[in-house]
Ligand binder design. Structure first.
Ligand code: HMG
Ligand code: MG
Length: 302
């Protein structure tokens, strides 16, 4: 088994982490969260979504947040764009990468973006083309690659089908997402193997929600296959509004702690990351979802 020597973490806390918050989180708080994440050493941050504010009200301040962040040349800022309307608004904010998001499950595609998988690809195609023409990188998120809240288990063939469609329209790299956190290491492995039919290992990232407490194990399973890009969420914030009961992504702090222990470099300063997580948890008035952060904070205060 050979592990990568470096892992790139994409913190999705400002987007996936906050999109489901019922109380509006002020743009200034989101901007400060992004600032703290980059100060902790994150080199990729998923900042916001250019989606319908009727569907996801929390992301309605997308342009304000993008305008507020103090950009660094060595940090990649990504945003979600489901259609041309989203892309047109996003382009004004000059993201480094846009993310189109589809699903391996028909039912989830309908619930999340109100169209079939085939229709989603038709919508994404001009978005991808226009983004690439504008010199912006394109990532594709693939939801429900192991399980769906409406359809149950998802076969690897469905993942391979979606990955092939994403590749066909020019999506440069894809996220293998376990939206509802039901995946276990072998199921996640099969979803990644299916994706490998169309993308090489350098262009596949893991995106594991921790609903059933499996996300760190799934991360390790993916790392052991050579995957070295992951989305994670500071303090384990989050959930998807169209996947009831789904909790946040694996906590960035927990992934960093595990990788540090394995001698795998992330370039992230764990103490500063923990401070960033505490900052947002205090604002939201909720306990920190990272086990590592809780342990480190208890040790600090002892
Ligand atoms: P629709 O209703 O089919 O869209 O929604 P439409 O084209 O018929 O337009 C309806 C209205 O929305 C119109 O406004 C449009 O202008 C407006 P109205 O005339 O009624 O006033 N509209 C928009 N407004 C702002 N920005 C836009 C936009 N598009 C249309 N881009 C749509 C289709 C895709 C827009 C909708 O379903 C939507 O916004 N869905 C977003 C769902 C979402 O954000 N989910 C969470 C993110 S995905 C996720 O969390 C999973 C991930 O983490 C991976 C994983 O864990 O699985 C990535
Ligand atoms: Mg997600």
């Amino acid at each position: 088994m050979s592990y990568p020597t470096q892992v790139r973490l994409i913190d999705v806390g400002p987007r996936d982490g906050l999109q489901n918050e019922k109380q509006p989180v002020p743009a200034a708080i989101k901007v400060e969260l992004v600032q703290r994440l980059q100060e902790a050493g994150l080199k990729e941050i998923e900042v916001t979504s250019f989606v319908s504010p009727k569907w996801v009200p929390q992301m309605a301040d997308n342009a304000e947040v993008m305008a507020g962040i103090a950009r660094r040349a060595d940090v990649r800022y990504s945003v979600l764009t489901p259609n041309m309307k989203g892309l047109e608004a996003a382009l004004l904010c000059k993201p480094d990468e846009i993310v189109v998001f589809g699903a391996a499950s028909e039912a989830f595609s309908q619930k999340n973006i109100n169209c079939s998988i085939a229709e989603s690809i038709e919508r994404f195609a001009p978005v991808v083309e226009a983004a690439l023409a504008a010199g912006i990188a394109v990532r594709g998120a693939m939801s429900c690659t192991v399980g769906c809240p409406y359809e149950g288990d998802i076969a690897p063939e469905q993942v391979a089908y979606l990955a092939g469609l994403m590749k066909g329209i020019g999506v440069q790299r894809v996220d293998v997402a376990d939206t509802i956190g039901v995946g276990t290491p072998l199921a996640v492995r099969r979803a990644i193997e299916a994706t490998l039919q169309h993308y090489d290992i350098d262009h596949i990232s893991g995106h594991f929600h921790d609903t059933y407490g499996q996300a760190l194990s799934n991360t390790l399973a993916a790392v052991s296959m050579g995957v070295w890009n992951f989305q994670s969420s500071v303090a384990g914030l989050g959930g998807c509004p169209y996947a009831k009961g789904a909790t946040g992504n694996v906590a960035t702090e927990d992934v960093v702690f595990m990788l540090n222990g394995m001698g795998i470099d992330t370039g992230i300063a764990l103490d500063k990351l923990i401070d960033a997580g505490q900052f947002i948890c205090e604002h939201l008035g909720r306990p920190n979802g990272s086990r590592v952060a809780r342990a480190a904070l208890a040790k600090r205060s002892a």
